[in-house]
Design a protein around this ligand. Structure first.
Ligand code: FMN
Length: 182
């Protein structure tokens, strides 16, 4: 199963359009996980205590672990998120804190070093930016998690930038990026 993690907010999202070009190129079946339709909740005190108790007992049968298991078993992962406030929408962070479960997506080896447990060979991070895109707090962060903690060895950034700057033709810029995948 391939997994499309859609964190795009707007109906006319350009990030989602670019992500679909990537998905079509990759091919195969994709499970679409629309983060804004999933009712994914932050780890508040109640949810965190519950999760910690289950993890302490090595019991991963609760539905609270479903998203983590889905992420860990995906073959290829595409994340789409617009560039917001030099990063990405908070919903993606909420998703990450829900799936980041030691014992499902990552673990520690005998020396205390992180050992990834995810099956995916590759993760694509798709984004679009109104101005100049700086990857440090979005793709850079996801790349670090994927490679150093989740065991996903390959990551790729797919982006279109300068889409909201007067004098730049947003549709033309986007189409050029989309065409690279056709
Ligand atoms: C809440 C919000 C925050 C944004 N922050 C940035 C930013 O920090 N830098 C930037 O270049 N563009 C920023 N933008 C512009 C978006 O990155 C740009 O419009 C992007 O293409 C939106 O993607 P979408 O069409 O998929 O919604 C922001 C837009 C919104 C709505």
């Amino acid at each position: 199963m391939n997994l499309y993690i859609n964190c795009c907010v707007r109906e006319e999202s350009r990030t989602d359009r670019l992500a679909h070009a990537v998905i079509n190129k990759i091919g195969g079946d994709f499970h679409v996980l629309d983060l804004y339709s999933e009712n994914i909740k932050p780890l508040d005190n109640e949810r965190l205590s519950h999760r910690m108790e289950l993890c302490a007992n090595n019991d991963f049968s609760d539905t609270i672990f479903d998203l983590a298991k889905q992420f860990a078993s995906a073959e290829t992962i595409v994340i789409a998120a617009p560039y917001w406030d030099s990063s990405f929408p908070s919903m993606l962070k909420i998703y990450l804190e829900n799936i980041y479960v030691i014992g499902i997506v990552t673990d520690y080896d005998d020396k205390g070093m992180p050992k990834g447990l995810c099956s995916a060979k590759k993760l694509y991070y798709v984004t679009t930016a109104g101005g100049v895109y700086d990857s440090i707090y979005s793709y850079g962060y996801i790349e670090n998690l994927a490679k150093n903690y989740f065991g996903i060895k390959q990551t790729e950034l797919v982006k279109a930038e300068m889409l909201d700057i007067v004098g730049f033709d947003a549709e033309d810029i986007l189409q050029r990026e989309i065409q690279k995948w056709q």
